[in-house]
Design a protein around this ligand. Structure first.
Ligand code: 1CP
Length: 355
């Protein structure tokens, strides 16, 4: 081995964590695992910390308590990755859009629906406003066991835009879609503002210690093919390129939830290292059409973990058997629901670990 090669190996990032191996395209005998919404209301210790914090946003912006709730599921189940405790809506909050989480109702925002509304958003204070999030990441790098990978995240521009425009969760995204169809340039301006803000936010997360980035496009499934290419694939591809311009090796996971056959294009075009499969994606199709371009993550139905027992074990094994022969990370198809019994999560974690 030449001196130069030896020096390169010594300077290489420690890539021996099994999450990072999967994201580098390696198949592993025992796939790594973590779960979306692994921190949350199904855990009694989360409910206690949340009560201590007061409201949900205060928890997101309290580094000490946010570190604590991120670590809670890791202490119980020893996942291979911890995901930063925060929310996708801290970006509109950092842009000065009024945001509140009402108990039992989800987020409520003062809607933005016109160019004049966009003019009132502030884009110059993103990093400053989100300092507590970066403090949380730094705290996590100090406290996490060395084999556990730290995931940072953001919402994709389309999904964040749906909340900003609708002002709340929605079934049909009528306001966001109507804006995109009737005033494409105006809506594109919002999407571009979000590409810029999300890039800045994720770069700062990487600087603060995030080792992997996941981009959540929870409502990608509401878009037709043309709109999916425009508002999901293109902005995510731009964010990935922006991150790689500064951090060429940062692994990125994309989650275009509900994209159906669009998953194949998303995997081939955005430059992500992995895609997170929602529950509806057929496993053999994903193996043959998605796992050929990148690693896959997924996709156990979170309601099967509520049911537990043989139905949960049967489906978890089928996922492991079908996707485990390529680069794979075991996860859910969407997040845990609050009524999930913690002992079922224990049983599922054991099953994956002993596979
Ligand atoms: O304690 C509570 O009552 C708040 C519930 C809660 C939690 C635990 C919300 C409000 N956000 C979170 C944390 C969260 N959100 C995390 C980190 C925790 C982890 O995964 O362990 C992450 C990654 C998110 C991301 C998020 N927030 C998404 C994308 C992922 C997904 O679930 O699809 C979305 C869509 C949101 C918006 C959001 N945040 C909270 C609510 C109630 C909602 C609305 C959901 C909806 O419209 O249905």
């Amino acid at each position: 081995m030449g001196n130069r090669e030896a020096a390169e190996i010594m300077n290489a990032p420690t890539n021996d964590k099994n999450m990072l191996k999967a994201l580098a395209g390696e198949k592993q005998a025992r796939p790594p695992f973590w779960f979306m919404r692994q921190a949350g209301r199904y855990l009694p210790e989360y409910r206690a910390t949340r009560a201590e914090a007061g409201d949900f946003l205060s928890l997101c912006y309290n580094p000490e308590l946010a570190v604590e709730v991120t670590l809670q599921p890791i202490r119980r189940y020893h996942m291979d990755a911890a995901i930063l405790f925060s929310d996708i809506l801290v970006i509109p909050d950092a842009m000065g859009q009024t945001l509140a989480y009402k108990e039992g109702e989800g987020p409520q925002l003062e809607p933005v629906r016109s160019s004049a509304d966009l003019d009132r958003l502030e884009t110059g204070r993103i990093t400053e406003h989100l300092q507590p999030v970066f403090e949380t990441l730094k705290g996590l790098r100090r406290e996490l066991p060395p084999e556990v990978t730290l995931i940072g995240f953001a919402g994709a521009p389309w999904t964040v835009a749906t909340y900003m425009v609708e002002g709340q969760g929605s079934r049909d995204f009528a306001n966001a879609k109507s804006w995109a169809f009737s005033d494409e340039a105006g809506f594109a301006r919002l999407i571009n503002m979000l590409v810029e803000a999300t890039t800045e936010y994720l770069l700062a997360q990487i600087e603060a210690g995030a080792e992997v980035i996941q981009i959540f496009d929870t409502w990608a499934g509401a878009l037709s093919e043309t709109e999916f290419n425009k508002w999901c694939i293109a902005p995510v591809k731009q964010i990935v390129a922006n991150l790689r311009a500064k951090y060429p090796d940062i692994p990125v996971i994309g989650f275009p939830r509900g994209a159906g056959a669009g998953y194949a294009n998303f995997a081939a075009q955005t430059g992500v290292n992995a895609v997170s499969l929602d529950t509806s994606v057929p496993l053999e199709w994903a193996r043959d059409n998605v796992q050929t371009s990148c690693a896959v993550q997924g996709n156990l139905d979170p309601l099967l973990v509520v049911a537990g027992g043989e139905p949960m074990r049967r489906e978890a094994n089928r996922i492991l058997e079908t996707l485990g022969n390529g680069p794979f990370i075991f996860n859910l198809g969407h997040g845990f629901v609050p009524q999930t019994p913690p002992e079922h999560v224990e049983e599922l974690s054991e099953l994956i670990r002993n596979y």
